[in-house]
Design a protein around this ligand. Structure first.
Ligand code: HEM
Length: 388
């Protein structure tokens, strides 16, 4: 169309979309694990849209927050649906992104030249966690209040910690200023995420996608993104939305904690303070170290370790497909992560504490010790010259 050509000549957005979404040369052999990036992007959009509509009816005040959420559920037209989409969307987002990360770990997608792409991913993960944590505080239920209290108090472990914690709270306890700033930041962070996801895509398209063989795809082994991967991504989206809809309509509180339907009460501590499931592995690491500061450092260290993986695993073969030992250890790590999640939900005593400590030790051992050893000694299977 003439008008579009006129615009594109002056502002080449159409060229950009054509280049990066339509013609984008993509390895021909991607499997379904390559669907999770686009699913994460779509989930981010769903979260932002549902969040904006929730914010239109939510009141960030300690006297009104809980009731405003109940008002959304009962009085606002379609309010229950918007809230359940947003609430369950957080869990779906983490499922998708955790699978996306494990895909990267298995196929060595973090290796040269995709190190920065990977690091941007770790920054995305940190921002997602901060955003989810603050969002959970907003309904001002018992778990919101006590979760916020426990997690903000962790900062008191650092030198001068008392003043850091009071600075975070904006007062002398988790109170109205805390709720207000959490709301402001919870609204802001997803937009920062959009910005970093754009950088993530720019970095991806610089060298193109990795693939299950881990080999650099030659020109003849690439196909245009559209229609081949648009249709595959759409199929994945249909499956994903069906699962998501199942939870929204049939089990909307499956991932939630019943205590959060009790209004926040600073005078009554719930018997078990548990975070949302997606924080449990990190929570287990936090609690498995006997000192508070040590626990906090280990928990943040667990995420930061991910950022340096490209320098811990420098084995020349990318994909686990051709690395027999690395492949087995990948599955050990996957089970280890599930074990950490399981212990994270249990009281930190007896067997649970012991198992949690062993799983924490393995987490760091896996990346910091085993990766460099494998880099040096693992003999890979014979790798084909090009994508078969
Ligand atoms: C909001 C969250 C995220 C979004 C929207 C997102 C989006 C995407 C998309 C669309 C792709 C290309 C399709 C694919 O390979 O699946 C991709 C690739 C990639 N992402 Fe993410 N991502 C997110 C989080 C992360 C995180 C947390 C990490 C790692 C810590 C990560 C690491 C990677 C890597 C290494 C690739 C290249 C994969 C390859 O080509 O094999 N991403 N991402």
């Amino acid at each position: 169309m003439k008008i579009l050509d006129w615009i594109d000549h002056r502002l080449p957005v159409i060229t950009l979309f054509r280049k990066d979404l339509k013609d984008y040369p993509t390895p021909k052999n991607l499997n379904y694990f390559w669907n999770f990036g686009s699913l994460a992007g779509i989930t981010l959009v769903i979260m932002i849209l549902s969040g904006i509509f929730l914010a239109m009816h939510y009141t960030p005040h300690v006297e009104k927050a809980f009731d405003s959420v109940e008002q959304i559920m009962r009085e606002v037209n379609g309010g229950w649906l918007i809230r359940y989409i947003h609430m369950n969307g957080a869990s779906m987002f983490f499922i998708v992104v955790y699978l996306h990360i494990f895909r990267g770990l298995y196929y060595g997608s973090y290796k040269n030249p995709r190190e920065l792409l990977w690091i941007l991913g770790v920054i995305i993960l940190l921002l997602m966690m901060a955003s989810a944590f603050m969002g959970y505080v907003l309904p001002w239920g018992q778990m919101s209040f006590w979760g916020a209290t426990v997690i903000t108090n962790l900062f008191s472990a650092f030198p001068g910690g008392e003043s850091i914690v009071q600075w975070l709270w904006g007062g002398f306890s988790v109170d109205n200023p805390t709720l207000n700033r959490f709301f402001a930041l919870h609204y802001l962070f997803p937009f920062l995420l959009v910005g970093i996801v754009i950088l993530h895509m720019v970095s991806l398209h610089q060298f193109g996608s990795n693939n299950p063989t881990g080999l650099d795809a030659k020109k003849k082994d690439k196909i245009p993104f559209h229609p081949y991967y648009t249709i595959k991504d759409l199929f994945g989206l249909a499956v994903f939305l069906s699962i998501y809809a199942f939870f929204v309509f049939f089990a909307p509180n499956f991932f939630g904690e019943p205590d959060n339907y009790i209004p926040a009460n600073p005078l009554v501590t719930p018997p078990h303070i548990v975070p949302e499931w997606y924080f449990l592995p990190f929570y287990a690491i936090l609690r498995s170290i006997p000192s508070k500061l040590g626990g906090v450092l280990a928990m943040f260290g667990a995420v930061l370790t991910l950022a340096v993986i490209p320098w811990l695993d420098r084995h020349p073969v990318r994909s686990a497909t051709y690395r027999p030992i690395f492949k087995k250890l990948f599955w050990v790590m996957a089970v280890n992560a599930i074990v950490l999640g399981w212990v994270g939900a249990k009281p930190p005593e007896g067997m649970y504490l012991l198992i949690g400590r062993m799983a924490t030790a393995y987490y760091f051992f896996h990346f910091i010790v085993l990766y460099p050893i494998l880099t040096k000694y693992e003999k890979a299977k014979s790798v084909p010259e090009e994508i078969p």
